[in-house]
Design a protein around this ligand. Structure first.
Ligand code: ADP
Length: 503
């Protein structure tokens, strides 16, 4: 009896050992994803190896679906079961196009097609691919736009000074077609899809774009329900070294704008600052290959806007002359609006905006009211003796850029901020209250002498203002180093010095 028991025990041990030997000598299984089925085969993407076709009977087909994660015997290349593990790694990509069971995605800077049997995938969504990148396995929903989709803060036209005429044009071009839609329709005029604001920096282009968005949302919104939105992108942010990525970014910006506009029923303004950096004229030498694909993508997006005034593209540029003309053609961004530097009166209006509600030392201004103070402050900048740069050629002086040739709304705000700081310090020290005439004078002097960047802020239209029809030519000569800008940044009292100009 004892011998039988011992025999039985030995038998069991041998069987166990046999199992163990088999387990140890068999290769590890590999995993893969079922891509699709043919009549007798299945196409399987094996992780890290490639795509195989393996025999797949009808019974197996009932058990497995496209996208299933399966275990494969590497010797026989047959499916031996369902993987119990979740997918270990897979690239997350953004969907650019949905075409039935194919998705076009951006993968490592390239556009490519992948399979998918996921439900409800839309353009702009993110999906996770299997490790081979052949099929989309998980749906992550909408990729958050990396661009700021701001709710529009209050930005009434009255925040902008000295641009009444320009604002009038913007209202006519953008607000009226929405306000009086039926009338415009009867005359066959559609709302504009976009405007180009061009002109020197710091003069209110961004402010205008924000006010467009704010005022449009006021026109169309039900109180408390809909908000206008504003997407601001700087052109250079869109440029990407990976081929195809810049186009992808443009696509995502406009998809976000269109989706937000249709979800909210309120307008979205897409504002692209420094637009010339991405929309340069193709094939002219000022562009490289990258623009040859960005510009068509941009055109496709503009053409895809349905023209009901819900997505408005506002481009801003200091170099409108190099923007591809196809963008500015009829039915696209076909309104060009020049936003100039402020005139003396305009500068006074801007001073008023920033000085109002601030303590002022009216006595120092000879008891003037705020309007008088603003006018006097502006007159200090526009004093024809305040010289910023002398333009010098090898033959001598060609002319001067005055402070007034460089004035901008941003600069006036800077001057008021500085003057406020002087007044604050004086009041803390117990030496009086309010911004004085001297504070403004000192702030103007310091605002100019502190800024090295003015030369870069001079745009071709400024050269034309100073040198008339020679302006553009002088501008180019300066860029090429034939002319120089010599810093002056002070008052030249002797008016004969301002006249010593060589032809
Ligand atoms: P741009 O887009 O033309 O470079 P911005 O609109 O960004 O200039 O102006 C920069 C800042 O300068 C604004 O935020 C605002 O404070 C001030 N500013 C510029 N222009 C005006 C203006 N016309 N009226 C009032 N403030 C202005």
């Amino acid at each position: 009896m004892a011998r039988d028991e011992e025999k039985e025990k030995l038998k069991k041990t041998i069987l166990l050992l046999q199992d163990e030997i088999e387990r140890l000598s068999s290769p590890p299984y590999i995993t893969g994803t079922i891509l699709d089925f043919a009549d007798k085969n299945a196409r399987i993407s094996v992780d890290g190896v490639g795509v195989f076709e393996v025999p797949f009977g009808d019974k197996l087909k009932e058990e497995y679906k496209t996208g299933a994660r399966v275990i494969i015997n590497p010797m026989t290349k047959s499916v031996v079961g369902q993987s119990e593990f979740d997918i270990a790694s897979g690239r997350v990509v953004t969907v650019e196009e949905v075409d039935g069971k194919n998705l076009r995605v951006q993968n490592r800077g390239e556009s490519c097609f992948v399979l998918s049997n996921l439900e409800g995938v839309k353009v702009g969504d993110e999906v996770m691919l299997d490790p081979s990148g052949a099929i989309a396995l998980k749906h992550w929903g909408k990729k958050k736009t990396p661009y700021v989709l701001e709710k529009i803060p209050e930005a009434p036209w009255s925040n902008i000074g000295g641009l009444e005429g320009i604002i009038g044009i913007v209202k006519e071009e953008i607000e009226d077609p929405i306000k009086h839609k039926e009338v415009f329709e009867r005359y066959g005029r559609n709302p504009v899809k976009g405007v180009l604001l061009y002109g020197p920096p710091g003069c209110g282009k961004t402010m205008i774009a924000k006010s467009i968005a704010y005022n449009l949302s006021q026109l169309t919104s039900c109180p408390g329900k809909k908000d206008g939105h504003f997407i601001k992108v700087n052109g250079p942010e869109i440029l990407d070294k990976w081929l195809g990525n810049s186009e992808g970014k443009i696509r995502r910006i406009f998809t976000a704008a269109r989706d937000t506009a249709s979800e909210n029923g309120a307008p979205v303004v897409v504002f692209i600052d420094e637009a010339d950096s991405i929309l340069k004229t193709r094939g002219t030498g000022v562009s490289t290959d990258i623009y040859d694909s960005i510009v068509p993508q941009f055109l496709a997006e503009l053409d895809g806007i349905n023209g009901n005034g819900n997505v408005i593209t506002v481009l801003a540029s200091n170099r409108e002359d190099i923007i591809d003309p196809a963008i500015l053609r009829d039915g696209r961004v076909d309104r060009r609006i020049f936003v100039p530097r402020p005139s003396e009166e305009g500068a006074a209006e801007i001073f008023m905006i920033y000085l109002k509600n601030k303590p002022l030392d009216c006595r120092s201004f000879g008891k003037k009211d705020i309007k008088g103070i603003a006018e006097e402050s502006s007159a200090q900048i526009y004093d024809g003796r305040n010289v910023a740069y002398r333009v010098v050629s090898p033959k001598g002086t060609l002319g001067f850029f005055l402070y007034s040739n460089l004035a901008s709304g941003a600069m006036i705000k800077g001057i008021v901020d500085r003057a406020s700081m002087y007044a604050i310090k004086r009041e803390i020290a117990g030496n009086g209250r309010g911004i004085s005439k001297d504070d403004i004078k000192r702030a103007i002097e310091e605002e100019f002498s502190d800024h090295d960047g003015f030369a870069q802020a001079i745009v071709p239209t400024d050269w034309e203002d100073v040198f008339g029809h020679n302006g553009r030519q002088y501008n180019r000569a300066c860029q090429q180093g034939y002319l120089t800008l010599e810093n002056i940044f002070s008052r030249i009292e002797d008016s004969t010095k301002l006249k010593e100009v060589k032809e």
